[in-house]
Design a protein around this ligand. Structure first.
Ligand code: HEM
Ligand SMILES: *[C@@H]1O[C@H](CO)[C@@H](O)[C@H](O)[C@H]1NC(C)=O
Ligand SMILES: *[C@@H]1O[C@H](CO)[C@@H](O)[C@H](O)[C@H]1NC(C)=O
Length: 502
């Protein structure tokens, strides 16, 4: 047989296996859950047909279910299985209250990102790197704010040198690189945070993870180890490149420790230090440290850089907000400069960014949880172990019950609520609840959100004070791009900047 016919045979075999598995699962699920509504095509081939409709974007089962069955649980076809969607505050609250051994975020990341094959087996059994985000960053945000501020200024002046006339810069590239650089300042410090090769590796690693996870997700369990040997040469290669940067840095820090003692002067308090000193004993090899660094960057930088890019598009699109935002920011900065405390007073800016997140950043499927033990919702319906539960993020954030004129960009929606209700906390970007699940909800709510809020506010405040900004084509906001359930900003469009005219 020629090699191409071998491949064709293999593909046909895989597709047949896939369809057979879906059909069996479909039957089994429907007979087990008599009281749950199914949204999507019925019949023997319901799941594979439904999955194709989903993939090609011809139907949106989550939105359909949300509109028809609000407040209830419904099932939709996804890749291999039916997935259960919760809607309404009560069911979301049930998920928030469930224990980790019943409903598991890590179980679902493990499956979605195929971490056994793309990162390392067992990485999610002890995700101490996630805890370090909270311990090393969030609880020390005030202390590290001057570095954030300094790096934001440096990144923008390098990527967007202020000019007298209007100049076009690529929006997505700029957003990505500002965020990579500033977050890496907190993860590995200078000068590595501004090393183009290291930042490219972080970007490439995320990309490789997503693509490999997608292919591995399609591959049936028994074939995974074989398929992964074909696929993942790119990930170890990228990892090795990253280790070439991290290795010397680790050596340098260990050397200083040998010479100057454990708390040597100028010792950085960044994520790398935490991984070197506080990771479990067996996990302090260069490779283990590098994987955890890259894995944390993966969680951090994609959503944060998309959020920055979208907020900049919104600032350029809804330019009538610019003067009111400057009116809020400038007196505060004049009085106290940009500090952790002063950005807390920028409620309109917070509202503007939160509105941009609400409209643009919500994926259709949020808060995924793998059911590890049979789980009974407060209304009595039981979901069996092995299933997956998701929340309809996009539908919730575009629900007119909670957000009047939901599809309209209303930049001061949240600061108005704050004034009306005289409640400084509830409507902030970092506050989570059943109607704002951008950062999840409950025990696992994103520990990076306080950092993200500080980063985005500092970046936007800096842009507003330093530049004028406009769209390339007046009145035409570059459209979002959807990857099945996940939105992303337009990746090729530019934005125009010039030095702020006074
Ligand atoms: C706009 C930017 C971001 C968004 C929208 C976002 C969103 C989320 C969401 C939805 C979750 C899952 C919550 C759940 O299912 O209940 C999560 C978890 C997480 N995020 Fe973020 N995130 C952002 C930025 C960041 C940053 C900058 C960091 C790190 C510096 C970070 C670190 C994490 C970690 C470590 C977890 C896992 C939490 C756990 O172990 O329970 N995120 N994030
Ligand atoms: C609970 O919710 C499910 C799905 O939303 C519904 O089918 C079922 O009838 C409800 N059960 C009770 C006891 O209310
Ligand atoms: C992104 O924006 C550019 C310029 O506005 C446009 O030419 C391109 O078609 C857009 N891409 C997508 C995927 O919408």
């Amino acid at each position: 047989m020629t090699s191409s016919s071998t491949w064709i045979t293999l593909c046909i075999a895989l597709v047949t296996l896939y369809v057979a598995r879906c059909v069996v699962d479909d039957r089994r699920t429907k007979s087990k859950y008599k009281d749950v509504v199914f949204v999507g095509p019925t019949g023997t081939f319901g799941t594979p047909i439904g999955f194709l409709q989903l993939l090609f974007g011809t139907r949106d089962f989550i939105q359909e279910g949300f509109e028809k069955h609000y407040g209830r649980l419904f099932a939709i076809p996804t890749l291999f299985q039916m997935t259960f969607v919760i809607s309404g505050p009560e069911l979301i609250d049930d998920v928030r209250r469930a224990s980790d051994d019943q409903l598991s975020l890590y179980g679902s990341i493990k499956e979605g990102m195929q971490t056994d094959f793309t990162m390392e087996p067992h990485i999610l059994e002890n995700p101490y790197h996630f805890k370090f985000v909270h311990l090393s960053l969030t609880s020390n945000l005030g202390g590290r704010y001057p570095e954030i501020h300094e790096e934001v200024i440096a990144a923008f002046s390098e990527l967007i040198p202020p000019t007298e006339g209007w100049t076009t810069f690529p929006a997505w590239f700029t957003g990505k690189h500002v965020v990579l650089r500033v977050v890496n300042r907190l993860f590995v410090g200078p000068p590595l945070c501004n090393n183009p090769d290291y930042n490219d590796i972080n970007d490439a690693y995320s990309d490789a993870l997503v693509k490999t996870a997608l292919v591995m997700g399609f591959t049936p369990g028994l074939l995974k180890p074989i398929v992964s040997t074909f696929l993942d040469s790119y990930i170890p290669k990228t990892l090795r490149r990253a280790m070439e940067h991290i290795g010397p840095l680790v050596e340098e820090r260990l050397e200083k420790e040998r010479l100057l003692g454990k708390d040597w002067p100028g010792k950085p308090n960044d994520l790398l230090t935490w991984l070197m000193e506080k990771a479990p004993q067996g996990d302090r090899s260069l490779k283990a440290i590098t994987i955890r660094l890259l894995a944390t960057m993966f969680a951090a930088y994609r959503p944060a850089s998309m959020a920055l890019t979208q907020a900049l598009f919104d600032l350029a699109t809804f330019s009538s907000y610019i003067s009111e935002l400057r009116d809020e920011i400038e007196p505060i900065v004049k009085e106290e400069g940009l500090t952790k405390e002063s950005i807390n007073k920028m409620y309109k800016l917070d509202s503007f960014i939160k509105e941009s997140l609400r409209l643009r950043a919500a994926g259709k499927s949020s808060m995924p949880r793998k059911v590890l033990k049979d789980f009974t919702f407060s209304n009595g319906t039981t979901i069996l172990a092995g299933s997956t539960i998701i929340a309809p993020g996009y539908a919730i954030h575009h629900d007119a019950r909670h957000y009047p004129n939901p599809n309209e960009f209303d930049g001061f929606r949240f600061s108005r609520l704050r004034e009306e209700q005289d409640d400084p906390v509830r409507h902030q970007m970092v506050s989570v609840g059943p109607t704002f699940i951008m950062f999840g909800n409950g025990r696992h709510a994103c520990p990076g959100r306080f950092l993200v809020s500080a980063l985005l506010k500092t970046m936007l405040a800096h842009v507003l004070m330093t530049y004028d900004i406009k769209l390339e084509q007046e009145g035409v906001r570059p459209a979002d791009k959807w990857y099945t359930f996940t939105p992303a900003p337009n990746q090729t469009a530019g934005l125009m900047f010039r030095k702020r005219a006074t």
